[in-house]
Ligand binder design. Structure first.
Ligand code: 2IT
Length: 449
């Protein structure tokens, strides 16, 4: 390994032993950059990598909310503005009980490279709180969102930092946050948020974009093999917004999603999560706040496996689309034993580093990294920002066409970056390099800070 890269990874691990997810993502990204950093000895003198692994700033604040009985609760809120070299900070907000500074930093670091890959002008950011939305009433969620924005509103804006949704934050929460922001600012700066409702400036296709985009990316991978989606089976995880979009687009292109998962286990639907009734039911399951996938098995009479993950099933394509570190070494071994050819990450960092290396080392497996595959979500947020700044709406066809074009470009740029650096067909390293090069150029051009 390049000695400067080794030094920076070592320093991060030594400084942040209590931030395991952050250390993991730094190691994963930086260890792809050897050929580039070897070619640029000036990076070390400018401590480019050392600067790149520190957020430009990170806010940490108290968020107090009252439940429906009038009892107060205190949570921790965060916004990590990781890198603004190529555009305003941009990234989602996550409400989940396990949110920590480490999770915020890992997501914001990944977001920096992902946003760079889209080719749009967006820096990397992420935020959230250790608030568990499951089982909360609408009023409780509204009060929480209002309180969260009271703490954050000074530090965000259309040219500063543009939040969106992530796990636990969808259109409803964005609406409450924007409402509070508008009340506090006294203006209609709707470009401060993306993932809004259509009536006040949201973009068509944004709810579908992450799932649709990941299937457009997958089509490129299949095409490289002379294959198409027709007749393929896909094992997915999760049952939220992203998985919903994958199910819809996969069905449209002749494939079917055969597994879904939740914190309670997974379901196996041999006939596929297809048809309006099942698709609508997924949306209901998420909105219900129950956070269990067993409801799907009860409703449609398919098998449910309590406490298990779907990675042992036989499928043509694996798409971990639930959460970080979902696929460990034991699951990776099952996937390899099943001779799966396409391992397409969708959730942010769904694979542990050792499992990812192991899968990439399988001679007949193609591995695609989440920061490229799921970038259609934030790319469409970028399209929403463009529409807001022009005060107009694009048609669904227009947005979908742009999303499709961006996904094809991300794939092509990743392939080209790996090839240019002598790494062959390596989608993981290619995405890391292509995302890195643009941010690196911008930081070098802008002088030390
Ligand atoms: O992980 C992600 O890219 C998101 N949660 C979407 C971010 C965004 O700003 O749309």
């Amino acid at each position: 390994m390049n000695s400067y890269i080794g030094k920076v990874i070592g320093r991060v691990k030594e400084k942040y032993p209590y931030q395991p997810e952050f250390c993991q993502t730094v190691e994963e990204v930086l260890s792809s950059l050897d050929p580039v950093v070897d070619r640029h000895p000036e990076y070390e003198r400018a401590d480019l990598l050392g600067r790149m692994v520190e957020p430009e700033r990170m806010f940490s604040f108290r968020v107090v909310w009252q439940d429906d009985q009038g009892t107060a609760h205190t949570q921790n809120g965060y916004r990590c503005q990781f890198n603004g070299a190529i555009g305003p900070y941009k990234g989602g907000i996550r409400f989940q009980k396990n949110v920590t500074p480490s999770i915020m930093k890992f997501l914001a670091f990944e977001q920096t490279f992902k946003n760079s890959l889209t080719g749009l002008s967006m820096g990397g950011g992420k935020g959230g709180a250790d608030f568990d939305p499951s089982g909360k009433s609408d009023d409780e969620i509204m009060r929480f969102c209002q309180s969260f924005i009271q703490a954050l509103y000074r530090y965000i804006g259309p040219d500063t930092d543009v939040p969106a949704g992530d796990m636990g934050v969808g259109g409803k929460e964005i609406g409450y946050m924007f409402g509070e922001y508008r009340r506090l600012k006294g203006n209609f700066e709707n470009g401060t948020f993306t993932g809004k409702g259509f009536s006040y400036g949201g973009s068509l296709i944004r709810p579908e974009a992450t799932g649709f985009g990941s299937v457009y990316y997958l089509e490129n991978v299949l095409k490289h093999d002379g294959e198409t989606l027709d007749g393929k089976t896909i094992a997915c995880a999760g049952f939220g917004n992203v998985t919903w979009g994958i199910c819809r687009k996969a069905e449209e292109l002749g494939a079917k999603v055969i597994t879904l998962s939740g914190p309670d286990g997974y379901v196996y639907d041999e006939g596929g999560v297809c048809g309006q009734e099942k698709i609508d039911y997924l949306a209901w399951m998420r909105l219900s706040g129950r956070n269990r996938v067993e409801d799907y098995a009860d409703k449609f009479g398919v098998p449910f496996y309590r406490g298990e993950k779907p990675w042992g099933v036989k499928a043509d394509i694996i798409m971990p689309s639930a959460m970080q570190n979902d696929v460990h070494m034991d699951s990776a071994k099952k996937i390899a034993a099943n001779k799966v050819r396409y391992y397409i990450e969708v959730a942010n960092m769904p694979t542990t580093n050792d499992a990812l290396r192991y899968l990439m080392d399988q001679p007949d497996m193609i591995v695609a990294p989440s920061k490229a595959v799921n970038a259609g979500g934030v790319a469409t947020s970028g399209l929403e920002m463009s529409q807001n700044s022009e005060r107009l709406f694009w048609s669904a066809e227009e947005v979908d066409m742009q999303l499709h074009r961006i996904m094809d470009t991300i794939y092509n740029n990743s392939v080209a970056a790996a090839e240019r650096n002598g790494l062959g067909y390596n989608l993981v390293a290619g995405a890391n390099i292509a995302g890195f090069e643009r941010v690196a150029d911008a930081m070098m051009a802008q002088g030390l800070f």
